[in-house]
Structures are given as C-alpha cells and as structure tokens.
Write a protein that binds this ligand. Structure first.
Ligand code: ASP
Length: 332
C-alpha cells in the first residue's frame, strides 16, 4: 500500500457550525473525524494526517506558504504522495505557490477541499477526498487540484463558482484527468517529474489592478510609488491591450520601469492569451517595459511574481524568469 500524507490547512471541508449560529461556519478539527467519516480512505492507502493549520483560506498569506513548505519539505521523503486539504477561496494561490517553490516533483501533490463541510448532508467533501487520495497514489507527478470530478494542473486553475460542486476550471490547459467510473487521462498526461528545487520564499509587495474605462492614474501612481509596492500585475483588455490614445497607463508602465518595479500584463479574459505584438496598444505597452503573462492565469501570475521577487530577481533576470515556463504554468 502507498504511504500518503494528508496535510490539512483549513477551509470549508473541515468546518463545523459555530455554537452561536450567528457566526457561520468556522474551522473545526477535521483531523479528529476524518477516519470515522470517510473510513474508505484506509482501503486506498496507508494515510497519515497532520494539521498544519485550521483556517479559512481567505486568511492565507505567503507567510503560511513558507511555513507549510518548510514542514512539507521535512516530510517529503517519507511518503509516496500527498493530499493537501485547503479552502476553495485561495486554493489556486496556495497550490500555485507550491508548484513554483518546487518547480518539479517526483510525487503527486493533490490539493482538494469542498463546497460543503464533511459533516454536512449532501457534502462533496467525501468524494473529493476519496478521489484526491486515489490520485495521490498514482496521479501525475505535479501539483494538481482534484475537485468536482476534475483533476486540473494547479497553476492553470481558477475558482469559477462559489456554489457549484464543480468549482474550478482551467481554460488554457486541458484537464489532467476526468474522474468518472474510471479515472481517465492520468497516464498520458504524466509530467516528467524530478527533484524539487525548494525555493520557498515569497515577497508580498505585489499589487494587482484591472484596466477599465476611466481608471484613475492618480490612484495607481500612488500605489506604484509606495515603498511597499515591488511589482505590479496589470489586468489588461483582451490580448493584453492598454489604452494608448490617452497615455495614462503607458506612463505608469514607464514610471514603473524607471523605478525597477516589474509590470506583468495578464488578460481580463479567462480564456486566450496575452500577445503584446498583436495591436498597437500592446506594442506600446511592451516598449514601455511591460512583461507578457502569456496564457498564465492572473492568480498564478501574482504568485509567480511574488516568487521571482522572493528569489531576489530584478530587471532583465526577473523578466526572463517570468517568461520562462517554470512549472507548466505557461505555454506561450
Ligand atoms: N471560505 C472557505 C475557505 O476558502 C470557502 C471554502 O473552503 O470553500 O476557506
């Protein structure tokens, strides 16, 4: 039997109603109940559980990633695969952080969670947990998200629904597997795998903003000039277009370049990719110093920028790091 470590970080999956009904769902000791509630998991693997944290994932910060990764690293050699239970709200950020910190891995690392707590009737937690444990025994050697009968590459996924049991999607990359009667697709999509890099530092000084008609240059400029801001992810229109008739945004990109603060351009569209050579509006942004996020998600771009800055990269080195495919996060 494979040895699997289940690391719990929190989220709805382990939540219980508070004593006082007004307070809503609160974190609640999943580890104490999991073998009683889902005894099947011990038929699939020899599972050990450790509680890393028990928080709503809205409270997760890069400090949590660094702490979890340090513990994960110390346990990595002792197990064949890993399941990380996490809230759905920031799951794509944390799982992307793991993918960048490791770069590659020789073992399946599967994030999962649920829309309804494990203790509730009609919960999706049981199926997600059982599927995640099974995938962690024989799934792709990479960081993935197993949720709602889908297996997705973590750094390609976005949270799509706050209510549907199929809560995640990856628009720019095929699903790693479809989970039905059989688990289909896992074998042919196996990542090559390799020894992790363990670069687990993340800088928090990243600011993300979206372009819209009438965006105030003053607000953005004051954020850019703040010492706390070390880099920007800019959500542009379509294939990476920013307004060019009125120079506000282009000036901001030039100012950022002068301050040696990288500006990454991602698209507001969840499907498709940034191509800064396609329109004059993109060409001007590129000339001003913007770096293309290609077909990366906004979420993975934010985490990758935090990671690049955490590696101490600036200028051309940071741009090259960003344009490179580190962990399967970009194809263009
Ligand atoms: N707020 C919860 C969390 O992200 C939502 C969930 O788990 O579905 O921790």
């Amino acid at each position: 039997m494979k040895k699997i470590l289940l690391l719990h970080t929190g989220g709805t999956i382990g939540m219980m109603p508070s004593q006082n009904d007004q307070k809503g769902l609160q974190p609640g000791q999943l580890g104490n109940h999991i073998f009683d509630l889902v005894p099947e998991i011990s038929e699939l693997a020899e599972v050990k559980i450790e509680i890393l944290d028990d928080i709503d994932s809205s409270n997760v910060t890069p400090k949590h990633w660094e702490k979890w990764l340090a513990r994960f690293k110390s346990l990595y050699n002792k197990f064949d695969g890993f399941v990380i239970t996490h809230g759905t709200d920031s799951m794509v950020y944390s799982s992307s952080a793991f993918s960048f910190a490791l770069g590659q891995t020789e073992k399946p690392i599967v994030f999962t969670g649920s829309q309804r707590p494990l203790t509730h009737i009609r919960t999706d937690a049981r199926d997600n947990l059982i599927n995640a444990i099974e995938i962690s025994c024989r799934g792709p050697k990479e960081v993935s998200i197993c949720f709602g009968n889908r297996l997705l590459r973590a750094n390609r996924a976005i949270k799509l629904s706050a209510s549907d049991y199929v809560a995640f999607e990856s628009f720019n990359f095929p699903h790693l597997a479809k989970i039905g009667l059989e688990i289909e697709g896992v074998a042919e999509k196996q990542a090559k795998g390799g020894k992790p890099m363990w670069h687990s530092d993340f800088k928090e000084g990243v600011f993300c903003f979206k372009i819209f008609p009438g965006l105030s240059a003053d607000i953005i400029r004051s954020a850019l000039q703040s010492k706390a801001c070390e880099g920007i992810v800019l959500e542009a229109y379509g294939s990476g277009n920013v307004p060019s008739l009125e120079p506000t945004v282009l000036n901001i990109i030039e100012d950022a370049e002068a301050l040696k603060k990288p500006v990454i351009i991602v698209s507001q569209c969840p499907h498709g990719r940034v191509d800064l050579d396609l329109y004059e509006c993109g060409i001007k942004a590129k000339k001003a110093g913007a770096i293309s996020g290609g077909d990366m998600t906004r979420e993975a771009s934010i985490v990758k920028l935090m990671h690049g800055l955490g590696l101490g990269l600036i200028g051309k080195k940071l741009a090259n790091y960003f344009l490179e495919d580190i962990s399967g996060e970009r194809s263009f």
